[in-house]
Ligand binder design. Structure first.
Ligand code: M6R
Length: 618
């Protein structure tokens, strides 16, 4: 996730008050640079700063790579500056794509988090301007430039307010301008927090960036635009000056990095609504029922395609299993899923009629890369679905669809699973529409369910206390069995994987119908059965299998569609209605359950024993 830091206060030279609130003997460049270092934990691939000097004007430095590799310019008269760590979403991690971005004359610099959904339209409207990057961000300084040319009396605040009216999407923006002694910021959808020092003001994506200087903070709300000076802050919302109050942060830096959560995993579970919004942003046309994933195929390829082969490992494999069912239903193409390390391009298949989809959060998993290489060698067309711009897989496939979930630090994959399934669902719609297998009305219905996902996931997150209670009650069980049918099967597999990897408890997931073909021998009152009982998961049939386990004394927990009820369950978690995406929403309960069982046991949740986030050996 990109990170923003801004500071206005002129730095300190030791003969001022030297208190922690103003940085204590540092230049503006030093303060901004250390803010970037404090944001590194969020994950990034490029970094940059813009410093504004009283007489020296605007100086920008940026590059791909680490914050340490960035040389911050020496601007002794700097009064304020902004910095940015970029996690690429539009365009690869190059120097040109790093933030800040500037206008044509280099007077205005902008850093930005989030996505400007209508940037392509705006870029066309800016045809007289010279754009030099692939980013959506770059339109913002050029739009500000236009506003300042159109109204030379306007200040930066007025210009940003007008530009904001033209932006669609979710974002946080910080802008500076030569000759202007303020930083202007705007928030819509992406977080921004202000730090209130004694004679300095900070702004950042999270408090970690400036916590060493001040603990007094003001959280901006969506729609707020604010002008920051060393003396304070003026916040405007709907044309009125507003007071958002000030709070004192009591967390230490380590907790602040995790946004107040004890573990990255829990933070990332809670980031899912925002991650999903980013996954979907600007990609759905709810009028036509079409999807734009920026993935192209040679003319006629999709019409003739005979098979979609999904290759992936672990959680990504389960996302693939979910998606395979959607591909068959929505695009009418046979879809198979292979564990990447087992994949071979089978005899009797025609490579030029096969699409191989490699699903990998990191884009670096050796087993998945091996499968891609085997598919390429066979002559099949390949697409990667990944979270990581510039990763190895993106260089080895014909096309890439990015899931845009933001960096995931916990070893256990959580938000990336949700964003993978959402991205693959969009790909299934795109293929179905292209082949004429999916009508506009049916496509619109899937897109409506996708749009409902962030809200549905939030509703589940709001039920966390109920899940914690269940985890406390069942944490000492001998083993856990997760079951489901249809789209519930991959979720059952994923629920078991999550629990075993972070709690070290024995957990197995399987198709509910298989219970009676063997595993039932293991079922006792000490082995809870956790079932997916939602739309898309053949709930009534699954419940019959759950009853078989209950008859043997097993406690039963179920994730149940909001409009259904199974009275005999020991614990019932409500799943909001989102059609074929309900099992995906149910999975959030399973993530929380795994988290709380592991937490009760004091496990090292973010770094489970023997596991690595990115498995780069075969
Ligand atoms: O980066 P990838 O998506 O290719 O990683 C694949 C698996 O190693 C990964 O999903 C693993 O199973 C998860 N950490 C489990 O939570």
């Amino acid at each position: 996730m990109c990170g923003i830091i801004g500071y206005v206060g002129g730095g300190t030279d030791g003969d001022k008050d030297g208190t922690a609130s103003d940085g204590g003997g540092e230049t503006v460049g030093d303060i901004v640079h250390r803010g970037l270092t404090n944001l590194e934990y969020r994950g990034y691939d490029s970094a940059g700063v813009a410093l504004v000097g009283a007489t020296s004007g605007l100086t920008v430095a940026k590059r791909s790579g680490e914050v340490d590799a960035l040389t911050v310019p020496d601007v002794p008269d700097a009064t304020h500056g902004v910095g940015h760590t970029r996690w690429s979403t539009h365009g690869p991690p190059t120097d040109a794509n790093a933030h800040p971005h500037t206008d044509c004359v280099g007077d205005v610099a902008v850093v930005h988090n989030g996505i400007v959904e209508n940037y392509e339209t705006l870029k066309r409207e800016l045809s007289a301007h010279e754009c030099t990057s692939d980013t959506d961000t770059e339109v913002i300084p050029h739009l500000i430039e236009d506003e300042l040319v159109a109204d030379p009396d306007a200040d930066l605040l007025a210009a940003v307010q007008r530009v904001e009216d033209r932006l669609e999407g979710s974002y946080a923006i910080c802008a500076v301008r030569e000759g202007d002694d303020q930083i202007v910021v705007a928030r819509r959808g992406s977080p921004l927090v202000l730090g209130r020092g004694a004679d300095a003001t900070f702004v950042a994506s999270d408090v970690t960036a400036f916590l060493e200087h001040t603990r007094d903070v003001t959280y901006l709300e969506d729609g707020d635009v604010a002008a920051l000076s060393a003396d304070g802050v003026a916040i405007v919302a709907d044309g009125e000056v507003v007071d958002r109050g000030t709070e004192t942060v009591t967390w230490e830096a380590d907790a602040a990095e995790k946004g107040g959560y004890d573990h990255y995993m829990r933070k990332e579970i809670h980031e899912q609504p925002e991650a999903l919004r980013q996954t979907l942003a600007g990609r759905l046309d709810t009028t036509s029922g079409d999807v734009d994933l920026d993935v192209s195929f040679p003319p006629g390829f999709l019409a003739d395609v005979e098979e979609i082969q999904i290759v992936a490992c672990g959680t990504s494999n389960y996302a693939g299993r979910y998606a395979a069912q959607l591909f068959e239903e929505l695009s009418g193409v046979r879809a198979t899923v292979e564990i990447a390390s087992e994949y071979a391009f089978g005899a009797g298949r025609s490579p030029d009629r096969t699409l191989v989809v490699a699903v990998t959060q990191s884009g670096e998993t050796a087993d998945t890369l091996g499968a891609v290489r085997r598919a390429n060698a066979a002559g099949a067309r390949t697409v990667a679905v990944t979270n990581t711009l510039g990763s190895t897989v993106t260089r080895e496939v014909d096309n890439t669809a990015f899931i845009r979930a933001g960096p995931e630090i916990g070893v256990a994959a959580t938000k990336t699973f949700a964003s993978q399934v959402a991205t693959l669902a969009m790909l299934a719609v795109a293929v179905g529409r292209d082949r004429g297998a999916l009508g506009a009305a049916a496509a619109r219905s899937v897109l409506a369910d996708l749009q409902g996902l962030p809200g549905a996931v939030q509703q589940v997150l709001d039920e966390e206390p109920q899940v914690r209670e269940a985890a406390q009650e069942y944490q000492d069980s001998e083993a856990f069995f997760f079951v489901g049918r249809a789209l519930g099967v991959p979720v059952a597999l994923e629920g078991a994987l999550k629990l075993k990897e972070i709690s070290y408890d024995h957990a197995e997931g399987f198709a509910a119908g298989e219970l009676k073909h063997g595993p039932l021998a293991l079922v006792t009152p000490a082995t809870p059965v956790v079932a997916v009982l939602t739309a898309g998961a053949r709930a009534d049939e699954t419940m019959n299998n759950v009853t078989e386990a209950q008859t043997r004394g097993a406690p039963a927990l179920g994730c149940v569609s909001a409009d259904d009820e199974y009275d005999t369950l020991d614990v019932s978690f409500d799943v909001p209605e989102v059609g074929v995406l309900e099992p995906l929403v149910a999975n959030v309960y399973l993530q929380l359950f795994a988290y709380h069982v592991a937490n009760e046991k004091g496990r090292p949740i973010d770094k489970p024993r023997n596991l690595a986030k990115s498995v780069t050996v075969e």
